[in-house]
Write a protein that binds this ligand. Structure first.
Ligand code: IPM
Ligand code: MG
Length: 372
């Protein structure tokens, strides 16, 4: 298969983790005889520094001509406390989601057996947790009318949803539940918000089309608690933009590190794949950023194009790296010298040579004397 991929590394640790993702895709291309080509674009703070805007026209044009987009991270601490800043890095990502109509953000949350000890939550509670969050991504409070009064003392953000916007992601979430354990939970605040009432009504209307799916409703405050109290009760969670942002970051606690969660952002025409974490600027260029989320994003990309064996191999390589403690310091209790690019090297190596790599990698790259 030929795939032309736009690579948008973005800010902070974005470039270093995305470099590992690209490394892995190149290895997959070589092993399976695919032609993957990569074209780079600027976005976020990196784009503001060079062009004055967070989403340059050139980047948008690039994204519109490729088969898929691989995105790194966005954000720059220097903008965070400047509430008057006219341009902000996040505008790049938000603009891209809107311009490309990437309405469905899919965030799988899987508790890895080898990492159960890394979560602050009790092992027996999180074991076998396997959830996928469908977050609406191109509407709601992020994109509603924003106002600041002339005297600067009153501000508002409108949370608006149309039936069309709810229906299109609801169908995807119902279908996902159909192909999984058959449970869909809508998370809303329908006891207070009009927009949430519409979500609930639309879901109730669609439910008869999916008789094998059990539909449940949960208020966001309760859902935030249930998610860490008993994550195994969930299968597919569907929710609006901001609740999805918050819940998915909370869900990373189940997995043990936010550096492990990837997502796909899909629309009618375009598809983007990204880690869910931010730019973590403090860690930039230190080699400590966990590249697994970025690498998992490439597995989601491969799945999207029906390259299931390829995606499975990437996931197997990730599992192996976790098993052998070839991980960055956020997860590592055994070795203290494994960098972002070393993790990428291991996964690349494993893909090239699944039978033997793990026998030798620790010896060659980590200077260990015993064969694992
Ligand atoms: C995410 C991020 C973004 C969001 C930020 C960077 C705008 O937190 O993808 O979860 O809020 O959607
Ligand atoms: Mg977020």
């Amino acid at each position: 298969m030929k795939l032309h991929i736009a690579v948008l590394p973005g800010d902070g640790i974005g470039p270093e983790v995305i470099a590992q993702g690209v490394k892995v895709l190149k290895a997959i291309g070589m092993c399976f005889g695919h032609i993957f080509t990569f074209e780079y674009g600027l976005i976020g703070g990196a784009a503001i520094d060079k062009t004055g805007t967070a989403l340059p026209e050139e980047t948008l044009d690039l994204c519109k001509k490729v088969d898929a987009i691989l995105f790194g991270a966005i954000g720059e601490p220097k903008y965070n406390n400047d509430t008057a800043a006219k341009v902000r890095p996040e505008q790049g990502l938000l603009g891209l989601r809107k311009e490309l109509d990437l309405f469905a953000n899919i965030r799988p949350v899987i508790a890895y057996e080898d990492l159960l000890n890394h979560s602050p939550l009790k092992k027996k509670k999180i074991k076998d947790a396997n959830i996928v969050i469908y977050r609406e991504l191109s509407s709601g409070i992020y994109y509603g009318e924003k106002k600041l009064s002339d005297d600067g003392n009153t501000a508002s953000d409108i949370c608006a949803y149309t039936r069309f916007e709810i229906e299109r992601i609801a169908h995807l979430a119902f279908k996902a539940a159909q192909s999984r354990k058959g449970k869909l939970t809508l998370v809303d605040k329908a006891n207070v918000l009009e927009s949430s009432k519409l979500w609930r009504k639309v879901l109730q209307e669609l439910a008869p089309l999916y008789p094998e799916v059990t539909l449940a409703f949960l208020f966001i405050d309760n859902a935030a608690m249930q998610l860490i109290l008993n994550p195994r009760q969930f299968d597919v969670i569907l929710t609006e933009n901001m609740f999805g942002d918050i819940l998915s970051e909370e869900a990373s606690v189940i997995v043990g590190s936010i550096g492990l969660l990837a997502s796909a952002s899909l629309g009618p025409k375009y598809a983007m794949f990204e880690p869910i974490h931010g730019a973590y600027s403090k860690a930039t260029d230190k080699g400590i950023a966990n590249p697994i989320a970025a690498i998992l994003a490439t597995a989601m990309l491969l799945d999207h194009f029906g390259l299931y064996d390829e995606a499975a191999l990437v996931r197997k390589a990730i599992d192996k790296s976790l098993q052998l403690h070839i991980t960055t310091p956020d997860l590592n209790t055994k070795y203290d010298n494994i960098s972002t690019s070393k993790v990428g090297d291991f996964i690349e190596d494993y893909i090239n040579n699944p039978e033997e790599t793990n026998l030798n990698f620790t010896n060659i790259h980590l200077g260990q004397s015993t064969i694992i």
